[in-house]
Design a binder for this molecule. Sequence first.
Ligand SMILES: Cc1cc2nc3c(=O)[nH]c(=O)nc-3n(C[C@H](O)[C@H](O)[C@H](O)COP(=O)(O)OP(=O)(O)OC[C@H]3O[C@@H](n4cnc5c(N)ncnc54)[C@H](O)[C@@H]3O)c2cc1C
Length: 288
Amino acid sequence: MTSVQTEVVEDPKGLLNEDDHMRDMERLRMEIVAIRQPFDSVMRVTGRIEPVDPVTWTLPNVAVRIEVESPAGQRPVSRVYTIRRYDSALGEVEIDFVLHDDDSPAMRWLHAVQPGDDVWMTGPRPHFVPDHASGKQAAIFADETAIPAVFAILEAWPADATGTVWIEAGSLAAVDELPEVEGVEVHILQRAKDEAAGTTGRLFAAARSAVADVSGWTVWAAGERQEMRDLRNHFRAAGMARDDLKVLGYWKKGTSSSELDRMRLAEYARMRESGLSMDDMRDADIAV
Ligand SMILES: Cc1cc2nc3c(=O)[nH]c(=O)nc-3n(C[C@H](O)[C@H](O)[C@H](O)COP(=O)(O)OP(=O)(O)OC[C@H]3O[C@@H](n4cnc5c(N)ncnc54)[C@H](O)[C@@H]3O)c2cc1C
């Protein structure tokens, strides 16, 4: 078991609380309303919130940082998750936690939390969506951790846009829940029971074979960090413009998110010292 101590990310200069990092996000309390397991690989948490600015929560693909462990006198240990759905009438959010076998902060929190509990979180941070304004068809590559983002993106899909979605998942049920959208094809790349997430390279393989002529496509991709790096490098080498590539590593096989957060913070601190801001951060350039 990793100790809470090693998961704490120190921020001695308080950079993460400054406006440049916070933008319009708020730290707010979420009351857990329900926890259920819609299928084997996911626990779905419904929580009630009272946001200052409810409108931002309705945007497709916004993320929050949930304080999953709160050691006394230290910064909380937090993990990033996507708001799958926000019901503004009820003030409720839905968050899907992909289950994995590691004894990790998010999994420990998830296995202990009960309806009626409170948890603090910070958000929402609007994340990228396919660039429909480009007029190109969208190619979407996602593993399970990005299905909530794909769900929200498909729910807000513009009537005249076209796209193809490739999803790697261990369970077909996770994909069956996605809304059917005219103009969007969905391909499932199913993992066998003995294959671990983040090891098959199937999203990368699909990207290479299905999107041969890059000129007509704009890409949205999220999943395991090394696979996303390979995918981005491939499309850059194939001549795709940076603006047509919205790719983010959501987690890294064998590495705690606290370690990724430490490296992100170190890079952010370097940028701020050079007079730059959050807008200049490029997650892909961080060497992990
Ligand atoms: C913008 C963004 C949005 C995200 N949205 C979601 C979401 O909606 N749902 C979701 O489930 N995740 C989402 N993630 C990914 C999630 O933050 C990570 O999976 C996170 O590492 C989980 O924290 P943990 O404490 O369980 O594991 P950590 O302490 O970070 O890692 C411990 C070990 O577990 C492994 N691990 C972590 N996650 C997985 C996984 N999914 N499968 C297999 N092994 C894993 C790591 O490789 C490491 O070896 C998102 C990430 C980002 C950046």
